[in-house]
Design a protein around this ligand. Sequence first.
Ligand code: PLP
Length: 394
Amino acid sequence: SNHLSDRIKNMSTSATLAMAAKARELRNEGKDIIGLSLGEPDFNIPDFIKDAAKQAIDENYSSYTPVDGYAELKTAISNKFKRDNNLDYGANQIVVSTGAKQSLFNVAMVVLNPGDEVILPAPYWVSYSDIVKLAEGVPVEVPTQIDTDFKMTPQQLEAAITPKTRMLWFSSPCNPSGSVYSEKELEGLAEVLKKHPDIYVVSDEIYEHINFTEGGHTSIAGIDGMYDRTVTVNGVSKAFAMTGWRIGYIGAPEWIAKGCTKLQGQVTSGANAIAQRAVITALDAPVSKIQFMIDKFHERRDLVLGLLGEIEGFNLNVPEGAFYVFPDISAYFGKTLKDVTINNASDFSLYLLEHANVATVTGEAFGNPNCIRISYAASEKELKEAISRIKAVL
Ligand code: PLP
């Protein structure tokens, strides 16, 4: 392993996947672990999507696909962008990839030169920072506060911009905080960016549909002046419970889409054929077909907030989307529980795993060392049991 590249040596392992592996290990040892660490819906894929995949197999969709995705899928994506986001993306602006994670990696590789700075409002999704580093960019974390619902203010953005700033990456609804930027808040950020025309934005909208606000979802690409400098990232993992099918996509300025296609042509040759066919059906369906999942997540959010609110030392805000809560548990730092001294969020998360048999993720992985992330993509029964165990060991 001495001969591992510096690139891999310097990379962190995905904390969420590492926690899932640890939970699996303890489960194999016979422990009854409740896993609230993964960002994975606990629903089955709707049957109409499964049927489309079966049909694709029978119809022999088994050859290499076009590198940037089937034309019919790009049409479905284009229609979806128009229908849900009022965005006009033509086929030459759309690239289908092996999950939104690959879409993000492609964009980093295509836009960043070594030393280019990427602003990441923290907390941010766990992989942003390592993807940026892989592309030899420099992540610049902008810490946000719980009293602004972990959202970056225009002033904070302005203060973080340097002559080297090349991009801003954020997710709304946000993983891990569940925060949703309103249209007005996005306009505030766009106002700052207007003064810096060379900065590009990655808007990760993978939780778009899991949004409990009255105002609904706003895409920053739709805000005045932003369309030509925004990459809108989306996928089917979260809304359609299709995490393992690995399909994500972008709508982007044509030069970025072309770059991503060029890169992908040398790396994966394109996304899985069967999954692409199934996603055509998924995206063509009205959002009402998945409303039951969204309603369930909403109920669970309220349940979890209520139960966690009864535990001393949990400072919570109200997440407005996605399926996570991100409590500040720094009140526990310096305390000793069952002979374990809690010095940081990682200690706290490990303590919950070992003593309450509940898997969560440390906020450190998301750029906030005072919080932990708890996923509520689990059954009500599991959530109640997990939180009562947490309460008992604190
Ligand atoms: N972006 C965010 C904010 C996510 O939470 C995730 C998955 O956890 C992804 C992107 C990646 O999604 P995909 O499964 O499409 O690669």
